[in-house]
Structures are given as C-alpha cells and as structure tokens.
Write a protein that binds this ligand. Structure first.
Ligand code: 9MR
Ligand code: 9MR
Length: 592
C-alpha cells in the first residue's frame, strides 16, 4: 500500500514537478490578492472566435531584478496554465506551456508564450501554479467599444479656450485656458502685431498647438471615418455638441479643424505653430499667463494641412456642404503656396524651445497632399504630382509622421479606386500588401508578437501605425493573418508587453498613473485624465535627468510611469489617433 502511494507520488511529482495537487488546482483568487505581474496579456480582453495570447514571464519571484541589480534567475517551467472563471475557481481550459522564448535583447525577458482559442463570452483570469492569477479580461463582442469612445473623448479633454463642465468632463472639469484671442506674431511668421486664433486641442502634455501635428492626426481620424463608416454617432460622446444633429465624431474633429483654418496666412501658407516661447510650467491651463505667439510658416505644415483639409472636405460633403467648400478652398490655397515655397523648412528660432515638428525632405508631404487633393477633386495635375513623389519609403518604425504620410497617401488612393488609373492602383496595392506581409512576419518573430524592432519616442504609435497599415491590407485582401496581427498589436498596447501595463490611462487593471500631461499633474484628481495613450518605451531616454528608468532596461522596458518622463510617458495627438483608428477598425470588423 505504502509503496503504491509512493509510486503514485513519484508519478505525480514527475508530472507536476514535485508540487502537490493542491498547489496546482486554482485555489480561487483571494479578495486581497494582487494579479501577478508575471502573466502579461491584453487587460481589456478579446473578441470571441479570436486568439487568446499571453506570456508567462520566466523570472523567479515578483521582480525581474535582484537587490544588487542582477537579473532574477529563471523560474522552473510551469506545469500547466489554466483559463479560469468566477474569480479563479472554475477551470475553463488548460494547456502546457511551450518553448521558453528568449526575448532578452529587445524585451528584457524570457517568457513562455501561449496562444489558444478564445473561450466563450465571459470574464476570465489565467492561473499558473506557482505564479498566480493574471489580470481579469473579458471575451465579448464590442470589447473595445468603451476604449474607443475613451480614446476619442481624450481629444475633448484637450480642448482649449472653453470651459469643460462636469457634465462632459466629470472629475476633470476645468476652466477655459488659453483664449488665444490676442496672440503675437513672432518675427519668424513674417507678420507683425497681434491676431486671434482660439480653440483647437492641446498637442500633448504641453500647451502648444502645432499645425503639422494637428493635420496629421486629423487625417488618421478621417481615415477611420472613411474606412469604417459611422462609429461614433450623435449622443455617443460626452461633448457639448451631442444633440446638434451631427455625429459626435465629426463634432470633435471640427473643433480642431476650425482652429486650423485660423492658422492660414493671407497668401495661403500655414503658420507653423502657436505656442509660448518656452514650455509652460506644470500648472493648469487657466493659470498660465505667458504670452503666446504665432511662430514660423512652413512647407511641411502647409502640405499637411492641405492633405487633411482636402480629406475633411470629402467627409463633410454629406454633412455640411458649405463647410466642405471652405475646407477645399483652404486646401487648394495651401497647396498652391507650397508649390511656390517648396523648401521652407521649420526650425525653432533662437528664442523658441517648444516642439519643432520640422522636416527637411518634403516628398512624402507632397505625395500626401497631392493624393488627397486628387481623390477629392479628380484633377489630373494632382495625380501627376503624386506620381512624381510616389512614396518609395515603406513603413519604418521610428519614422513617425515623416514617412507614414506617404503610406497614408497610398491608403487613400486604394480606398477610392474609381478614377485612379489601374497601374497606379495596382502598384499602390502591391506596395501596401508587401509591406503588410513583412510586418506580419516581423510580428511573428518579435517579442510579444508586436511588429516593430526599433523603439523611439512614441513607439506605441509606431506599433499602431503598423497595425493601421495592415488594416488597409486587410481591406484590400482580407486574410486571417492580417486580422491577427492587428489584434496582436492591440494586445501589446493593452498589456501584453515588457512592462505589464495597459498603456491607455484608465483602460485596464494596471495603467499609467503619472503621465507627462500638465493638467493631470496640476489638478487635484489622483487618476490622470482618462483615455490617453502613453508614448511608450524609448531606449534613448532623453529625459533621464528628469526620470528614473528601470535598471538594465532593454528597449521594450525603457518606459517609466513618472511625471518627469516626457520621452516615454507623455501623451500626444498623433499617438491617440492611430489607437482610435485601430480600435475603431477592429470594432467595425467585428460588427460586420
Ligand atoms: O514638457 C515638455 C514636453 O511637453 C515636450 O514634449 C518635451 C520635449 O520637447 O519637453 C518637455 O519639457 C521639458 C524640456 O524639454 C526639458 N526640461 C524639462 C521639461 C519638462 O519638465
Ligand atoms: O514626437 C516628437 C518626437 O519625435 C521628438 O523626438 C520629440 C523631441 O523633439 O518631440 C516629440 O513631439 C513633442 C512635441 O515636440 C511637443 N509636444 C509633445 C510632443 C510629444 O512628446
């Protein structure tokens, strides 16, 4: 009898690596118990009939670094993983972990990576014996709807020159800041005196407004509207215009567009930006008193505006044809100015230190503006101009808007094939598919199955821009692997990553609390403004004097949830834009 028990024990021990059965079966998540930081997954959830992916970080204990700064030793391979329901008491699915992935170089970790079919609708936690429970996640239709609305609403929270009442801003209600009714022309603008240029959204954690980085994200938002149709209707968003008879999505975009129109000079050129000379202190918008200036006038800002305004004109044709005509006229004037002033690049004048958003190669800007104007007007001269600057530079991580604008031009030409010569359409389509295939292959290969291997300032937006490109490929040639890569990119941003945070404030169990965002820092609310995407890991750590990064941080770990970290934990319009796009695209795809 004893010997039989002994043999059974041995057998069990070899199966479960010496753990007793009680250690292995889920004990149920205790009320006070924290989710284990070692199980990384999308903290919001996934759709039914999709793939559940998670990674079990292989270090021993609760931290990856021992007190002496050395890496923690690699843990024993877990015997199994379980998908559990009802606070961890009920097992829904289980499996064995596969091979240990060595993601040290880019990701700073080794991990057991698991892919398994999503369980039926419900709320779940992963349980791994010896490791613990994961964050809770949902499997359901519409799983990103709230985050989509939150991401879009973040723009409302960035509105300047008007009060944000509690009705629409909740605890983040604040007084109007920056009326911008008496801004001074900086000598670099070519004008003198004062002008009025109110409204628009704050660019980021600073209080500047920049024509280039208003136009580019606007174009990404409009692209969602054109690709996925009506997503955010009248009454869906907490904004003052929610009963004006126009979809709230466009109401929010118009707040930015109306401001942009005020930045056009009499000759059609666009002033580059409207900011103080130096960044404001960490105070609320209504407390700032520094003089604001219209600074510079540039080819890059003007072409970006021409592109976004031409696209906006298409979108508003069915909504407000007078506004559509105003936008198109402004776009053409801007484009004409840029043709006459093709190399007026912007660099900060000596007395200015706010954001630069300048360029030195204007070919992708030209291609972008020409493509949008061609599709809106059908005039051959724009097609010729586009072909002269056909975007040869495919997606490049870290390239940001500079290269992605060229891709946006290709998206538009393939979205409206009527009137696009077959050889142009075919070439654009082939280029998009080739780039998408290489991004899919990269996502297969790289840590956490996200698509980029170069991490720079705003790296999370590079991940999402890559997903946006693949979404276009999926429109042109639908394939499960495209859809899966888009999902994997969202999984990465929402928690399946090297730091274990969902990078969107307020969306997920563990989210940034200390974003570099002046109102979030200066107000009395503990939680930061919600719906904002943190810039993400950035190994250059340009802010190292103002923030502490984790010791030995690999590129994908070069992120820190600290207010001082403007190089990894700021928020920005052109980062939330592709987040909104990708969430909106997946929601539309899923509802079909
Ligand atoms: O707060 C600024 C942020 O919005 C910018 O993106 C960033 C980069 O231009 O700069 C931040 O300002 C910092 C400045 O560059 C250096 N001194 C510290 C400032 C923030 O505390
Ligand atoms: O996104 C910009 C990044 O590529 C630059 O390296 C960085 C420093 O110049 O500036 C970033 O843009 C910031 C802008 O200059 C000011 N507003 C906040 C933006 C995001 O940090």
């Amino acid at each position: 009898m004893i010997s039989r028990l002994f043999v059974l024990c041995l057998l069990l021990a070899s199966l479960f690596q010496c753990a007793s059965t009680e250690d292995i079966l889920p004990p149920g998540m205790g009320e006070e118990e924290m989710a284990s930081d070692r199980i990384r997954l999308n903290q919001m959830g996934i759709y039914p009939n999709s793939t559940l992916r998670f990674s079990i970080i292989a270090w021993e204990g609760t931290t990856d670094t021992l007190p002496d700064g050395q890496p923690a030793p690699v843990a024993e391979e877990p015997a199994a993983w379980y998908v559990t329901a009802e606070e961890g008491k009920v097992i829904i699915a289980d499996g064995q972990v596969g091979e240990l992935m060595d993601w040290s170089e880019l990701g700073g970790v080794k991990a057991w990576y698991v892919e398994t079919p999503a369980p039926a609708e419900g709320s779940y936690r992963i349980y791994v014996p010896g490791v613990g429970y994961s964050h809770e996640f949902d499997v359901r239709e519409g799983v990103y709807r709230k985050a989509l609305l939150g991401s879009m609403h973040s723009n409302y929270l960035q509105r300047m020159s008007i009060d944000l009442p509690e009705e629409f801003a909740g605890p983040y209600a604040r007084k109007a800041g920056h009326p911008d009714t008496r801004v001074k022309f900086h000598p670099s603008s070519g004008r003198t005196g004062y002008t009025s240029s109110p409204g628009g959204w704050y660019d980021a954690g600073d209080y500047g407004k920049y024509v280039l980085n208003a136009s580019f994200p606007l174009a990404q938002y409009l692209t969602l509207r054109e690709d996925a149709g009506l997503q955010i209707r009248e009454g869906d968003l907490q904004v003052p215009e929610r009963t004006n008879g126009v979809e709230d999505y466009l109401d929010e975009l118009r707040y930015e567009l109306d401001w942009l129109l005020t930045m056009q000079d009499r000759d059609g050129g666009m002033f580059h930006k409207l900011t103080t000379l130096n960044f404001d202190k960490m105070i609320m918008p209504e407390e700032t008193t520094e003089q604001r200036y219209i600074i510079g006038k540039s080819t890059e800002a003007t072409l970006n505006f021409a592109a976004a305004a031409a696209q906006a004109s298409r979108v508003w044709t069915d909504v407000d044809d007078k506004y559509a005509a105003t936008l198109l006229k402004a776009s053409i004037r801007a484009y004409t100015w840029a043709v006459e002033n093709p190399e007026m690049g912007f660099t900060n004048p000596e007395d200015v230190t706010t954001g630069q958003y300048g360029d030195t190669d204007w070919s992708s800007e030209r291609a972008f503006a020409a493509a949008e104007l061609y599709i809106t007007t059908g005039e051959e001269k724009y097609l010729d101009a586009f072909m002269a600057d056909y975007p040869g530079d495919p997606f490049r991580a870290g390239g940001g808007w500079k290269t992605f604008m060229g891709q946006m031009a290709l998206f538009t030409l393939t979205r409206f094939p009527d009137g696009v010569p077959a050889e142009v359409y075919d070439r654009a389509k082939a280029d998009i598919l080739t780039t998408a295939d290489s991004l899919v292959a990269e996502a297969e290969r790289l840590p956490f199955h996200q698509p980029i291997s170069v991490f720079n300032w705003g790296s999370n937006s590079d991940v999402l821009n890559a997903a946006m490109l693949v979404a276009t490929a999926n429109r042109l040639d639908p394939k499960p692997e495209y859809r899966d890569m888009i999902q994997a990119s969202v999984d990465y941003v929402l928690g399946h990553n090297a730091v274990g945070y969902s990078y969107v404030t307020g969306f997920g169990d563990r989210t940034p609390m200390f974003i570099h965002h002046r109102p979030s820092i200066a107000d009395d609310v503990a939680e930061p403004f919600p719906g904002f995407l943190s810039g993400g890991p950035n190994p250059k750590q340009q802010d190292a004097a103002w923030a502490t990064y984790p010791a030995r941080a690999a590129p994908m770990q070069s992120w820190t949830d600290q207010e001082g970290s403007y190089a990894s934990n700021e928020i920005c319009l052109n980062w939330n834009a592709p987040l909104t796009y990708v969430l909106g695209y997946l929601e539309a795809l899923n509802n079909r």
